[in-house]
Design a protein around this ligand. Structure first.
Ligand code: ZN
Length: 689
């Protein structure tokens, strides 16, 4: 950096709240002072400082030690970390055009910044020297030793060990893949908009709720079709309206539109992108020393290799396919004739209602949001972990809707929990957890600050917020991530909270879902908001009885996508070059997986498989069911051991959610359970035995 630039940037950081650590309790970002224009200068100077700190480590003349290399790297880049954690921890909940513009500008710069560090051979050599120094390694505590191993693996899979020519090609491939995956996402979005289903006659919408009809009317008006109805497409193959639309022709139109995305040979077609992405990923894998992209991606996961993923998923696929065929017979009996793919959800819903008498709408009056939160979610956390939650209206959230709770364990403060429940125009869809402050004793940050976001429609003023069954389930799920972030106690920021493997991170959140219907918890929170009556037992019983209904279909469509993702990324360079027909490859892969049932298409087909070709879940879409094996085995453990007790919570915390990424997760699991996870519990849950 030249002198004048530095001077200019220092000036531009005057009054920038990211320059120093937040003075607020728990280092909560000072949202009252943060404005969008603070991020650019904080990112720029933060990257510059980080580069200088990393350069000092890389260029050091001292022999490499754990302190002067690993610890120094862990301490580096704190301004950048503060700004990034705050920005990316709130950007999806505050997605204004200003925030999106910042994201578009800085996301590639930040990626290039971290790539430059990961590809620095000098750092790589120093880390390797520490790892190879048995005397040094032997003197380290287990978390520190694990840190060395993790750094070495992460640098290796990123390509730090390559020669300069190979690194040059690697950078080209990374840049080309970034462009291609962005293009995939853009074309998919454009084609989905293009394929949205326009309906002129409102009677065709029979089966939809009044709210869904008016949303379709509004969408049509926005697109210049006043008086008509427009059904927007959704990402997975099966559109939710297929379960309720009574008009079969419209169901067919909607399903065909969903299936056609990216494959129509027009300017939005994604087939060529799929082939090119697969080829470049295979080439990158070979450069990194792996036979296939799946092998490269899974080298840094709890699964370890594509073979282990296939071994676990393949038998499930055969059982799920058989279950789906049994369900199909029940659906055809209900329909009185043979059915097609676009009829599946409709008749499945009917069977659920007629056979199991499930009425999820009748449950809502018992799911008042504040009760669910305090008497359900917080109640379970108190019983398990001794946690209590206290309103802190004096601390600022990033939006007026955000509520701030101080978390105490047996009375002592241990962090903050921010809850952002309601949907709004500037919030992206879905639900998620983020960490605004990462716990790390090295950086003198004793506690974490975490957020939960949901997208619950805001009721009219004075009306209670009544949640749906799915929303309550999601709430418990996201709170499981929050607990993971709040309860982990680690030394190094690299291991804070939810900084664990992708095929592990959904496990603790899935486990927390078990408390939603746990009798003691349910009885405590599911109280009718007007009458004060507890939820009738038959409502709960019918719901529990119906749980395995539809699992054949759900598991089949999920596994079809997961195995399709594996198949594309199991190609070596030569094989990838020889594939020219996306549809034919997909059919063969599903055939091979025993999941080629036209009535149960994969949850995502290749031309609209954004997880595999845009969202960085490439070769890792299996992670959901992989985590669920641990989840189901843990639910069984809690159930066998008396359920909701502090003793159980303490044990689960000691080996699982309390350790963040600081130890090998499967080894810790083995200590927790006294054995490896038994997949039988998952097979049982999904009816696959
Ligand atoms: Zn999750």
């Amino acid at each position: 950096m030249t002198e004048p630039t530095e001077a200019a940037e220092l000036t531009s950081l005057d009054g920038n709240p990211f320059v120093t650590k937040s003075p607020l309790a728990f280092s909560l970002p000072p949202f009252g002072e943060i404005r969008p224009e603070h991020y650019g200068p904080a990112f720029n100077t933060g990257m510059e400082q980080h580069r200088a700190e990393v350069e000092a480590v890389a260029a050091s003349a001292e022999p490499p030690t754990f302190e002067n290399t690993l610890v120094a790297l862990e301490r580096s880049g704190q301004l950048l970390s503060r700004a990034s954690a705050t920005f990316f921890g709130t950007s999806s909940a505050l997605a204004t055009s200003e925030v999106q513009a910042i994201q578009e500008e800085y996301a590639p710069k930040l990626t290039a910044h971290s790539d430059a560090i990961l590809l620095d051979s000098r750092l790589y050599e120093r880390i390797r020297a520490v790892r190879d120094d048995t005397a040094q390694m032997g003197a380290l505590d287990p978390e520190s030793r694990h840190l060395v191993e993790r750094y070495l693996t992460e640098f290796t899979v990123a390509g730090a060990g390559l020669d300069d020519a190979a690194k040059e090609r690697l950078r080209e491939l990374n840049a080309a893949l970034a462009t291609l995956t962005t293009r995939f996402e853009q074309r998919l979005l454009a084609d989905a908009n293009d394929l949205a289903v326009l309906v002129d006659d409102v009677t065709e919408l029979d089966g939809l709720t009044a709210g869904e009809m008016s949303a379709a009317g509004e969408a049509a008006r926005e697109h210049g079709h006043d008086g008509s109805y427009l059904i927007s497409l959704v990402l997975p193959t099966n559109h939710p309206h297929l379960a309720s639309l009574t008009n079969r022709a419209l169901r067919r139109r909607l399903h065909d539109a969903q299936r056609a995305r990216g494959s129509r040979g027009n300017e939005h077609d994604t087939s060529a992108l799929v082939l090119e992405i697969v080829r470049l990923r295979a080439e990158r894998a070979r450069l990194l020393g792996y036979a296939t992209h799946a092998a490269a991606a899974l080298a840094d996961s709890t699964a370890g290799s594509p073979e282990r993923v296939r071994e676990r998923l393949a038998p499930m696929a055969r059982a799920a396919a058989a279950n789906a065929r049994k369900e199909q017979a029940a659906l055809e009996a209900e329909a009185g004739n043979s059915i097609e793919a676009h009829d599946w959800a409709f008749y499945s819903n009917r069977v659920r209602a007629t056979t199991y008498h499930v009425d999820t709408a009748a449950m809502r009056p018992y799911f008042e949001a504040e009760r669910v939160l305090r008497d359900g979610i917080f109640f379970a956390a108190e019983r398990l972990y001794g946690l209590t939650f206290h309103d802190r209206p004096d601390l600022p959230g990033y939006h007026p809707d955000v509520r701030v709770f101080e978390v105490r364990e047996d009375g002592a403060p241990i962090g903050l929990y921010l809850l952002d429940l309601y949907t709004r125009d500037t919030k992206k869809g879905g639900a998620w957890m983020t960490s605004l402050v990462h716990q790390s004793s090295l950086l003198d940050e004793p506690n974490a600050v975490v957020t939960n976001n949901l997208n619950v429609p805001k009721p009219a003023k004075g009306e209670p917020t009544l949640l749906t069954y799915d929303e309550v389930n999601t709430f418990f799920h996201e709170f499981g991530h929050a607990l993971h972030g709040l309860l982990a106690r680690v030394t190094y920021p690299h291991f804070a909270g939810t900084r664990v493997f992708r095929d592990f991170v959904e496990y603790p959140s899935q486990v927390n879902e078990m408390w939603m219907l746990w009798p003691e918890v349910l009885a405590n929170y599911a109280i009718h908001h007007e009458t004060g009556e507890p939820m009738p037992k038959d409502l709960v019983d019918s719901l529990i009885a119906s749980r395995s209904w539809g699992e054949g279909f759900a598991t089949s469509e999920y596994l079809a996508a997961a195995l399709l993702d594996q198949a594309w990324h199991a190609l070596d360079v030569d094989q990838a070059a020889s594939v020219t027909d996306v549809g034919a490859f997909e059919r063969a892969a599903l055939e091979e997986a025993a999941l080629a049932n036209p009535l149960v298409p994969p949850r995502y087909s290749s031309t609209y498989f954004a997880h595999a070709f845009a969202y960085a879940y490439d070769a890792q879409y299996y992670a959901y069911i992989w985590s669920e094996v641990l989840d189901a085995d843990t639910v069984a453990w809690f159930t066998e051991n008396g359920g909701l007790t502090r003793e159980n919570g303490d044990r689960y915390r000691r080996y699982v959610i309390g350790i963040g990424g600081a130890a090998d997760p499967l080894a810790s699991y083995r200590e927790f359970r006294g054995r490896d996870a038994d997949p039988r519990h998952l097979l049982e849950r999904r009816g696959l035995l």
